[in-house]
Design a protein around this ligand. Structure first.
Ligand SMILES: NC(=O)c1ccc[n+]([C@@H]2O[C@H](COP(=O)([O-])OP(=O)(O)OC[C@H]3O[C@@H](n4cnc5c(N)ncnc54)[C@H](OP(=O)(O)O)[C@@H]3O)[C@@H](O)[C@H]2O)c1
Length: 202
């Protein structure tokens, strides 16, 4: 990644103790950004932060379950107290639920996927956009996925519906931001199927 653009930028990535979120955080840190990571497990966050610091990166983080608005508020406050600003916020945390027919997925699991993939992203956007407005700028990235374009997805009904919602809500937020004076830049990324090295063997 090009060092110039991310040097000294403050980048927050949710769900970044492993997987794609961790890869995004590491790539930004390697390009000179200060990264703040979060995931549900306190131990996983601690391990990820110390591994990144051992590589010489500027990294910190706290536990944050995106399905809990108060946790997102803590992550946001922690970042502002540490760095006084947020340049990039990545709503990455997501649950897939595996590939199964809808009727085999228990209701509680559907709830967890919706709470993480849709409500967690909406809440992250809801909380960070006022900060961007105050700063006059900021970049918001929501991670989409299979089904994100509204296409049918085999044995992934709940996940695909949640990612279609992520694409839709990102477009609406981008439209609203374009009509305000915020130089916010909401966008949606859809990673191709991948298994980053830190997820190997899970
Ligand atoms: N892998 C792919 O092929 C692929 C393709 C397209 C899109 N995506 C999307 O990319 C994103 C990352 O996927 P991944 O494959 O890297 O996932 P992963 O390897 O399962 O890692 C998920 C990360 O999110 C955290 N997490 C899970 N639920 C959370 C919650 N409620 N609050 C906060 N953190 C949470 C996990 O840590 P804890 O368990 O400690 O919380 C972990 O750090 C997801 O949005 C996914 O839908 C993935």
């Amino acid at each position: 990644m090009e060092e110039g653009k991310l040097k000294d930028k403050v980048v927050v990535v949710t769900g970044s103790s492993r997987g794609i979120g961790r890869a995004i955080a590491e790539a930004c840190a390697a390009a000179g950004a200060h990264v703040v990571i979060g995931s549900r497990s306190e131990e996983a966050v601690r391990r990820a932060v110390s591994e990144m610091q051992a590589k010489g990166y500027s990294a910190g983080g706290i536990p944050c379950d995106v399905s809990k608005p108060a946790d997102l508020e803590r992550l946001l406050r922690h970042t502002l107290e540490t760095w006084q600003r947020i340049d990039v916020w990545v709503n990455n945390a997501g649950l897939s639920g595996g590939m199964r027919p809808l009727e085999e997925i228990p209701s509680e699991e559907i709830g967890a996927i919706i709470d993480t993939n849709i409500k967690g992203v909406l809440e992250g956007c809801r909380q960070v956009m006022p900060i961007f407005r105050k700063q006059g700028k900021g970049i918001l990235i929501n991670i989409s996925g299979l089904g994100g374009k509204g296409e049918p997805a085999e044995f992934s009904t709940v996940y695909a519906a949640s990612k279609a919602a992520v694409t839709s809500l990102t477009k609406s937020i981008a439209r609203d931001a374009a009509s305000s004076e915020t130089r916010g830049c909401p966008t949606c990324w859809t990673p191709w199927r991948c298994r980053p090295p830190s997820s190997a063997g899970r």
